[in-house]
Design a binder for this molecule. Sequence first.
Ligand SMILES: Cc1ncc(COP(=O)(O)O)c(C=O)c1O
Length: 449
Amino acid sequence: MDEPKALYEKPILVKYQNGWSDKFGRLQAIIPMTHIDGWRVSDLIDKYGSPLFVFSERTMVRYCRELKELLALRYPKFQLAWSYKTNYLDAICKVFEREGSWAEVVSEFEFEKASRLKIPASRIILNGPYKTESVLEKGLKGGARIHIDHFDELSLLEKVADRLGVRPEVGIRINCSLSSTPNWDRFGFNLENGQAWSAVKRLSFGKSLVLAGLHCHIGTFILEPSAYREVTAKMVLFIKRLREEMGISIKWIDLGGGFASTNTLHSQYLPGKQVTPSFSQYVEAIGEGLEGLNGPTSDLPLLILETGRALIDEAGLLITTVQANKRLSDGRRALVVDTGIHHLITSLWYKHEIVPAQEFSGTLEPTVIFGPLCMNLDVIRANILYPPVKTGDHLVIKTVGAYNVTQWMQFITLRPNVVMISRNSQCDIIRRGETLDHIVALEEVPPWI
Ligand SMILES: Cc1ncc(COP(=O)(O)O)c(C=O)c1O
């Protein structure tokens, strides 16, 4: 049999630059990832196609339990609520539910999705700046915790409660100024300008709703744990003022989400794995802030966290296949792979770690990794030092579990299979890849065309 021909690439001269070394004087090692939780990457592709999202149940459970164990050491009454928008695939939500999480939803669609999974409304937190009258009604009927975002919603909720003849306990969403992170003032009532206090007065004047909870989500990917100490301390002061001046006792305090995952932001110098605060740093900061609460444990408010990305990001991986190697006009090497920003919106703000799924040799070279879209912005990594890889090789894009399989879009190509590998290494599809039939099923061609 003839030997297969060696790949030929027309030689060009490129000024070789091995990138900048980091502050420790060395480059980040690229370690191939040949297996995911006991499965060979190439076997996964053979069975489920490429590209492929893979979720590790083991990693999800490890993160979830670690956070709960740390909280238990610091505060006696706490509850996690899974942030649906971070990833609302049924299987993902079920794993978190099995681990004891409630559901945190921000739309009627998400509320319906949680209800479909048989999560009782009393374990659903209803957030978000736009809640329809019908979702407010469903929430009130089932006893969901509704966090009011603005005055118009307050009036609407009063109207629905009056119509249903109920006087429910509700929460208000608060935003405030912090020294360590910019203020997200578009959600909730502002603390410093007195709006939050006006909302309290307005609620108590209306008499239809009973204030029992405070919610404050200070933002996302918060790299400064002390922000949580600061916000918690502000909430505690507010709780005291409510008790002293209005006789209101707060039963729950919800600090939203916001813990950073181990991804690396485009603006970050050091890799996320080196600089992302640990869960214990965040929990310690919250614990310190809560120290201002006094009284017996039975009187303490329930602490709720809606941690999203930090619980799921690392559990998600995206496997892709190299479709082409090419040279750009300036001599830079470029790869074209079969997944792009339509599946991986997070590549817009993260330098995702991308490693070959097979052993490699050869010199690292500055490389651009493009997706398959006929769009200039379809760039997964604009500049990564990469070893030679050839057409058909697989790459593993790490830490993609948060916000991608909810914010992805069907554009130019179809959305791929998503699988989950269980803790005993069983692999199953948790969302089937789309087909042309799925896409056209919603379309109509009017008869007059
Ligand atoms: C109200 C609320 N809760 C929880 C989350 C989850 O946040 P993260 O993924 O940063 O933990 C978000 C996301 O922005 C949110 O808006």
